[in-house]
Design a protein around this ligand. Structure first.
Ligand code: DX5
Ligand code: ZN
Length: 222
């Protein structure tokens, strides 16, 4: 058992019963609720936005983790700021250069306790500038193409995690490393050994009956 944060992605939950689904996680420590916001533009799929996240913020005792898979992250900085979101992550690929990404990070920092940047499987770690590394609280490494739950984990993610370890050492930084996509009990241990401090899991958790959610979450930490 370790203190890795587990972030259930409600993308795979029963949308007709979100409140009930969230109740099953109430007593589990070190847990964030991962919210996949997709705009049908940055990614082909479309999920949920403001009204649903507002409701969710009222019925969970856990920290909220918004993963913006949108082309215009700036728009959400203000509009999401009243929903008690703890961590907000946007994609580097949604920006045209490091200056723009840094500007968004700075703006987010005034409204959110934690700000993250994410890279898709095809984006190298070297695309993230040192200035960005120095300002983020979290780096989300996508281990599947963003857009859909239930895909298989991409093994080259481990190479990226090694590179990120090197960057953290070189710059003496402590940001969290989150991995999202195809996370199961089969790769969780190896991911943690590669420096991951936060694991997102959707289908691996929600394909089970709710009574098993807690033991499934704990299994990811073993
Ligand atoms: C995919 C999302 C993920 C997704 C993960 O674009 O960012 O959070 O829900 O789902 P699984 O764990 O099923 O791969
Ligand atoms: Zn996600």
């Amino acid at each position: 058992m370790n203190d890795t944060i587990i972030s259930p992605s409600i993308l795979s939950c029963d949308f007709l019963n979100i409140e009930t689904e969230l109740k099953y996680f109430e007593k589990i420590p070190n847990l964030w609720i991962h919210l996949d916001v997709m705009d049908g533009h940055f990614v082909p799929n479309l999920t949920f936005g403001h009204p649903i996240i507002q409701k969710i913020s009222k019925v969970t005792n856990h920290l909220l983790d918004a993963h913006l898979m949108v082309s215009n992250p700036e728009f959400y900085i203000k509009t999401f700021s009243n929903y008690n979101i703890h961590n907000i992550t946007f994609h580097l690929e949604a920006t045209s250069n490091a200056q723009e990404a840094l500007k968004i990070i700075e703006q987010m920092k005034s409204s959110y306790a934690s700000v993250g940047i994410s890279i898709k499987p095809g984006t190298p770690v070297s695309a993230i500038s040192d200035d960005i590394f120095k300002r983020i609280d979290l780096l989300l490494v996508m281990s599947v193409e963003p857009g859909f739950g239930g895909q298989s984990f991409i093994e080259t993610t481990y190479d990226k995690l090694n590179q990120i370890k090197d960057v953290k050492k070189r710059l003496n930084l402590k940001f969290d490393v989150q991995v999202d996509g195809g996370v199961t009990d089969e790769n969780a241990k190896k991911l943690i050994e590669h420096g991951v401090s936060n694991l997102v899991a959707g289908s691996y958790i929600f394909k089970n009956s709710p009574k098993k959610y807690q033991s499934i979450v704990e299994k990811l930490r073993n």
